[in-house]
Ligand binder design. Structure first.
Ligand SMILES: C[S@@+](CC[C@H](N)C(=O)[O-])C[C@H]1O[C@@H](n2cnc3c(N)ncnc32)[C@H](O)[C@@H]1O
Length: 456
């Protein structure tokens, strides 16, 4: 029997009308007419696809510039004739790896550059689709290697726990939100009797690695371990490929978890692995969002850590609060278990963790009111016509920036910390007593930052 068509599950993230597929395989909204481009066959179902892809393009550019900068710094160090041979060997390896990695990333993400149209900032802001600034292209880079190159230990443990939390309810379709490089979604699809699995993430590097890996074609990228075990482990070229090509019915989608491009009430199982606690949205709203995606009787598997990073303490929920919120969000009392599993243990690194992960399995009992639309930015920024609020953090930042700007301007290769403190006091920015330690603290930080090794 052919696998069911994924199109029936997709909805426009902007107007929520059904998405249709055109004869050339591209997708578009049958309501507002928005066209969704695809990257190497992965549809980009963002509410503002051009703007979001432009942001990722910028982040790719940044990652490539950083690699070029780090390679140039190594090249300069390699000019030192007094380097030990082993040190030279290590730096040469890293230098070659940085250059080669840049070419590999540019090649893998070339489809991103083809999506050329530049949206206006105003459109992007108005649609509230801006990407979080803390999400770079390589933020979850080690996950790629864990998924497809480090062997089965970690992946098998996660699969066992998620499949266990699913119980006998594994049938129909599965949606993995924040799927990363896709291994868990792939394993679920390969191992469970499901028709369709959709793996959604908003990061094109992760999605394109997933696409190559699950197809069986694979892709090679460098791993730069946190704590290399030997010289050769400082940069390791890894073949990222699935154990076998994925069977029919597996789909990768680029989209935003907070504007999930799916028909409400169409999903049998939603899996959220290692994601609920890194979202900028309050977990109460997110739980209601998951409820809205599920069919009656559908199952939500929430897996990973619960290390919420919300700015306000009230949003940094404990396990007890999470379970209470799940039940308040239309789910029956969840099954919960906690297990210690290995986490991010690269064979090339001395660094690796054990994490006490939570697996929560909850069945949808009733629908709940829809959560408000996620707003990435406040209205005064979006509309641009309201006063910019004088937040205490802004006041502090304004003062700090003035002082830092002033100090940076004083660095001329001749002035001492004491000279600078006197000038700061003369300008009445601080008293002389405050100025000297403040300058020393600031310059210490600047100096330490300049001594940090580059990271990928
Ligand atoms: C901690 S990682 C976990 C990835 C994967 N589940 C794993 O276990 O390796 C969080 C993932 O969520 C994705 N993500 C974060 N915010 C997202 C959003 N608003 N929409 C889609 N994906 C998002 C990130 O790109 C990343 O892949």
């Amino acid at each position: 029997m052919p696998a069911p068509d994924v199109t029936a599950l997709l909805a426009c993230p902007r107007c929520e009308v059904a998405v249709r597929q055109y004869p050339d395989s591209s997708f578009g909204c049958s309501g507002c007419g928005l066209k969704f481009p695809s990257l190497a066959g992965v549809p980009c179902l963002f509410a503002e696809p051009a703007a979001t892809l432009a942001e990722w393009r910028q982040r790719l550019k940044f990652a490539l510039e950083k690699l070029a900068h780090d390679a140039a710094a190594l090249q300069a160090e390699l000019q030192n004739p007094r380097l030990r041979p082993l040190t030279r060997e290590r730096l040469t390896l890293l230098n070659q790896a940085f250059g080669n990695q840049a070419r590999r990333l540019a090649e893998l993400l070339a489809p991103l550059s083809l999506q050329g149209s530049q949206p206006t900032l105003a459109t992007h802001l108005a649609l509230q689709t801006r990407l979080p600034t803390d999400q770079g292209l390589t933020t979850y880079y080690p996950n790629i290697h864990r998924d497809w190159a480090w062997g089965d230990t970690e992946n098998a443990e996660s699969l066992k726990l998620v499949a266990g939390a699913l119980g006998n309810g594994a049938a129909g379709n599965v949606l993995v939100l924040g799927a990363g490089a896709g291994r868990l979604a792939y394993d679920l699809h390969q191992q469970l009797p499901v028709d369709t699995t959709v793996a959604l993430d908003f990061n094109p590097l992760l999605a394109l690695v997933a696409a190559r890996a699950v197809s069986g074609e694979g892709v090679e990228l460098w791993e730069f371990p946190v704590a290399p075990r030997s010289i050769g482990d400082h940069a390791v070229l890894r073949a990222l490929v699935a154990p076998a090509p994925v069977r029919d019915g597996f789909h990768l989608v680029l989209g935003d978890v907070l504007r999930p491009p799916f028909v409400p009430g169409s999903i049998d199982v939603v899996v959220t692995p290692w994601v609920v606690d890194i979202l900028p949205e309050d977990f109460r709203h997110f739980a209601a969002r998951v409820n809205g995606l599920l069919k009656p009787g559908g199952r939500w598997i929430c897996f990973g850590s619960l290390a919420f990073g919300q700015p306000e303490a009230a949003g940094r929920y404990s396990l007890e609060e999470v379970l209470a919120i799940v039940m308040d969000s239309g789910f029956a009392e969840p099954d919960v278990r906690e297990d210690e599993i290995p986490y991010m243990c690269s064979p090339a690194s001395r660094h690796g963790r054990r994490e006490l992960v939570v697996s929560i399995g909850a069945t949808k009992e009733q629908a709940v009111p829809r959560p408000p639309r996620h707003r990435a930015l406040p209205d005064w920024l979006v509309a641009g016509t309201q006063p910019v609020p004088l937040l205490p953090a802004f006041q502090l930042q304004a003062m700090t920036t003035r002082i830092y700007g002033f100090i940076m301007g004083l660095i001329d290769g001749r002035r001492s910390v004491a000279d600078m403190a006197k000038l700061l006091a003369d300008q009445r920015l601080m008293t002389r007593e405050e100025a000297e330690p403040a300058i020393r603290t600031f310059l210490t930080k600047m100096y330490e930052d300049s001594q940090r090794p580059p990271g990928f």
